[in-house]
Design a protein around this ligand. Structure first.
Ligand code: HEC
Length: 118
């Protein structure tokens, strides 16, 4: 591949993932570390305060239980389709959240438990 083409491809990949290289969390990583390594902060802020790309992640325990939040993180699509509150959030931001099915069940559980305590 020419240099120009690889840069173009890198740019497209970068934009499609909100420029986030997802670093696989080391074994035993806690929720805060997984949040950082997956670049959730790009769209939700360093401590979940939200920014122009994504909503604040506060008091999530009002709307989520642990198993549903784990499923949402792995695949948000079905929740956006059936949940009016999330559909409204979807329209308020330029890009939807992607799937975090790169994380295994333990990592998703750690992340979701941490989010529910923010
Ligand atoms: C590209 C920007 C982006 C990234 C990166 C991102 N999100 Fe989101 N997130 C959103 C948007 C936008 C929404 C609102 C729903 C939608 O449009 O998909 C959302 C919704 C959510 C919600 C639901 C909020 C609620 O009020 O119920 C949670 C929880 C969440 N994100 C957690 C995360 C976590 C954890 C990560 C990292 C693993 C992450 N997000 C990465 C943009 C992003």
């Amino acid at each position: 591949m020419t240099d120009a083409r690889s840069w173009g491809l890198a740019l497209v990949l970068c934009l499609s993932a909100a420029c986030s290289t997802r670093i696989p969390p080391p074994p035993g990583a806690g929720g805060a570390e997984i949040y950082r390594l997956q670049n959730c902060a790009n769209c939700h802020g360093g401590s979940g305060e939200g920014n122009t790309l994504g909503p604040a992640l506060k008091n999530l325990n009002k709307d989520w239980n642990l198993p549903d939040l784990v499923s949402f993180l792995a695949d948000p699509g079905p929740f956006l389709a059936k949940n009016g509150r999330l559909a409204t959030l979807r329209k308020a931001y330029p890009a939807a959240m992607s799937r975090y099915d790169n994380l295994d069940a333990d990592q998703l559980g750690e992340l979701a438990r941490w989010l529910l305590e923010l």
